[in-house]
Write a protein that binds this ligand. Structure first.
Ligand code: CP
Length: 311
């Protein structure tokens, strides 16, 4: 695989390969091993046109733990501020011979366009409402570890589906792995044609409670909404669609909660739910680092070397 642009590039077989290696990487990290020679001599560029905490820092850590040279470009301090285009930016960076460019951009399709102009591999770290494939990998890896398998599991994605690249990516990979995917949230935040995502729309929290083995909560993407005033308001959203301790206890006893982050306390989730035993939010973050170490190794053709080193 040259580029990782979309979750639909990930077959069940490839997921299993990435997942099993990520578990071994995580074990090595937990044992305190934080330096591997797998990507010595390789160069990774983090190019983020939108804010990020988890994705950017975990790709940076992943590259450094694997001994790659890592360059972080903050577009607010780059020539993008002087009007340089995406294509010109990636073309110029590519002339410095990076091996991988990790790209986050507010426009759908930006990484697909960028890959046409560069020799380096491109990883889509989120393009507008479209795709965030490494988030899908880490979410499915976290759920697979928790349940043993996703076959037949029912996963509800709750929130601002229409504006969410996480929902789009997760739905594709969850279905590839045999899960049934449902969506629930306020009507203005639902996609017009849920069937196009291969998901079924639920119409009440009662249904969410009855059906879900896992609930993936999403942040309201205020930055992607056109209207200045949204319906429902943040307060209404929290009352009608947010998960607090009372609603958590109404879910089936084994139902777990995920959230890609950043979560807004008191809006889609309360702090006590995020930190509860049924929350997999922080395990998701830990899994993200291992998964991204595997993805970087894979794109550089060094997955075998990674496996040898973590033995
Ligand atoms: N989940 C996620 O993409 O988080 P960041 O925006 O902090 O990278």
């Amino acid at each position: 695989m040259k580029n990782l642009l979309s979750a639909d590039q990930i077959s069940r077989e490839l997921f299993n390969e990435i997942y099993l290696t990520a578990l071994s990487v995580r074990r090595a990290l937990r044992e305190g091993r934080k330096k591997f020679n797998v990507l010595r001599g390789k160069c990774v560029v983090n190019l983020f046109f939108e804010p990020s905490t988890r994705t950017r820092s975990s790709f940076e850590k992943a590259g450094k733990f694997l001994s790659a040279d890592v360059i972080n470009i903050s577009t607010s301090a780059s020539s993008v501020k002087k009007g340089e285009s995406l294509i010109d930016t990636v073309k110029n960076l590519d002339m410095m011979h990076p091996d991988i460019i990790i790209l986050r951009h507010p426009c759908e399709g930006a990484p697909f366009l960028a890959q046409k102009f560069v020799e380096a591999s491109i990883v889509n770290a989120g393009d507008g409402r479209h795709q965030h494939p490494t988030q899908a990998l880490l979410d499915c890896a976290t759920l697979t570890e928790h349940f043993g398998s996703l076959e037949g599991k029912r996963v509800t994605i709750l929130g601002d589906i229409a504006n969410s690249r996480v929902a789009r990516s997760d739905a594709i990979l969850l279905r590839e792995l045999g899960a049934e995917v449902f969506i629930y949230g306020p009507s203005p935040m639902m996609p017009r044609v849920p069937e196009a995502l291969g998901v079924k729309r639920l119409n009440s929290f009662e249904e969410v409670k009855e059906i879900s083995d896992a609930v993936i909560l999403l942040r309201i993407q205020l930055e992607r909404q056109n209207a200045k005033k949204t319906f429902p308001s943040v307060r209404e959203y929290s009352e009608l669609f947010g998960i607090n301790r009372r609603k958590l206890e109404e879910l089936k006893p084994g139902t777990v909660i995920l959230h890609p982050g950043p979560f807004n306390r008191g809006v889609e989730i309360t702090g006590d739910v995020a930190y509860s035993k049924r929350s997999l939010i922080f395990p998701q973050v830990e899994m993200g680092l291992s998964v991204r170490m595997v993805v970087l190794s894979l794109l550089c053709g060094r997955l075998e070397k990674l496996r040898e080193e973590i033995q």
